[in-house]
Design a protein around this ligand. Structure first.
Ligand SMILES: [Cu+2]
Length: 198
């Protein structure tokens, strides 16, 4: 019983969730529960399309709910600025209270064209807030909006303009990630079986 408790404690501290696209601020699982942004400061910006982009990541818990918000700002937004504007997905629905399952996730195609200030060249920070068994977790992505930014493969295939090559590239990324995670999991299982033997 004690061994099981230890194992659960170890696995819940492990990774929580990560963002693969757009590029997120530094990931630190120990501070991911600190809002905003997992306690990470404004970082390098990547380009993000005004329409047709998406936010992708990986969840390492069985289930969670997520919200995806945006702040148009040149500076690092404060905690109270987040969670006011949720990115519009799937034809305008606000991306809040989105149910996620373990594994890779995708926000769906994001259309920022009706978001106030979301114009060509505007700087913005996206925040994903995930609520799961071990609390509320935060991750941010600093971006510059551009209609010329490459549209992420999964979003473009959802919009019907994707292709098989793009889809399989996404799959390959996921596989690499999960095998890296697999090493950690293997270690956990090794530790767990040792404990059960004892
Ligand atoms: Cu966790």
């Amino acid at each position: 019983m004690q061994a099981l408790a230890l194992l659960l404690a170890a696995s819940s501290a492990f990774a929580h969730f990560t963002i693969s696209s757009p590029k997120s601020r530094k990931f630190d699982e120990d501070t991911e529960n600190l809002g905003p942004c997992g306690n990470q400061v404004l970082g390098a910006r990547s380009q993000f399309p005004i329409t047709g982009g998406s936010i992708k990541g990986d969840l390492f818990h069985p289930t969670a709910t997520a919200n995806f918000s945006i702040v148009i700002s040149n500076t690092d937004p404060t905690a109270s600025q987040f969670g006011k504007v949720f990115v519009p997905i799937d034809g305008g629905k606000e991306a809040t209270n989105v149910a996620l399952k373990q594994g890779s996730f995708d926000s769906g195609s994001i259309d920022l064209s009706k978001v106030s200030g979301a114009v060509e060249g505007a700087n913005a920070t996206l925040q994903v807030v995930v609520t799961t068994t071990d609390g509320i977790l935060y991750q941010c992505m600093d971006v510059t909006l551009s209609k010329d930014a490459a549209v992420a493969p999964a979003a473009s295939s959802a919009a019907g303009t994707g292709n098989a090559a793009a889809a399989s590239a996404t799959g390959a990324t996921t596989t690499t990630k999960s095998s890296a995670m697999g090493k950690g999991l293997g270690l956990l299982i090794a530790v767990a079986s040792m404990l059960f033997v004892m």
